[in-house]
Design a protein around this ligand. Sequence first.
Ligand code: ATR
Length: 277
Amino acid sequence: GNPLISMTNRYCVFGNPIGDSKSPAIHTRFAQQTGEEIVYEARLAPIDGFAAAVRDFIALGGRGANVTVPFKEEAFRLCDRHTPRALQAGAVNTLIFAGDGITGDNTDGAGLVQDLNTNLGTVIAGRRVLLLGAGGAARGALGPLLAEKPALLVVANRTAAKAEALAEHFAADGPVDGCGFTALAGRHFDLVINATSASLGGEVLPLPAGCYAPGALAYDMMYGKGDTAFLAAARAAGVTRLADGLGMLVEQAAEAFFVWRGVRPVTQPVLEALRQP
Ligand code: ATR
């Protein structure tokens, strides 16, 4: 084939839908900033054709890929090897293609913690943390959050049994409990992280009044124009420290870029550019 094309370092993000993905813009800015010569595109994978889409991209010379909704669990199953944090998450958002197979990594939890620590200046150590949801997003966050040594981490979910099972799975990694939303009555948290997909449908979680301690941060892994449904409810409850998931998106991308290229981009100017209306 064309040697110029085969020498290009090609990366992409797979998802369905994928049209609104900010990942190409983020990685293109990282590449410009670091001088790394990469091309990064969004690729729509058919719902029943993720594995074939990955194979096609490898055949085109792809060096790596990000994976987003709804393929992170399928990506996990597709990999020949996993990093420890991907094993812990049970999901893969970063693929590395090498001659001897596909390695799966997960940079979501590291991106969340990096956003909290660095962009938002939030200390997790010693704090009471409430993680809402018990699906893939919550599971990916649990290990990296517990590694920061919170005083306590409560996982609360609409389906309480899923939160309890998740807490049990991570019991060896720190002080973690699982419960339903009603069991939160009378408890207070310094950091409340929404890892449910309820905001997508504009739905508000039935959190008891008072679950936010004074000065607490409300953090939504989702983002959108203006407040998400979760952040709007927190604001209405008197919370003044609010953050959406755009910082996490940029930080998980930076961590993936580092995994692929061995160079750590500076995220702040990229985050600022994305925040421009
Ligand atoms: P993801 O990969 O985004 O975590 P998921 O694995 O399907 O997606 O998990 C979705 C999470 O959002 C679950 O915790 C789900 O609660 P249930 O386990 O009870 O289903 C939660 N969720 C979705 N819609 C919700 C809603 N309207 N109210 C409360 N929780 C909701």
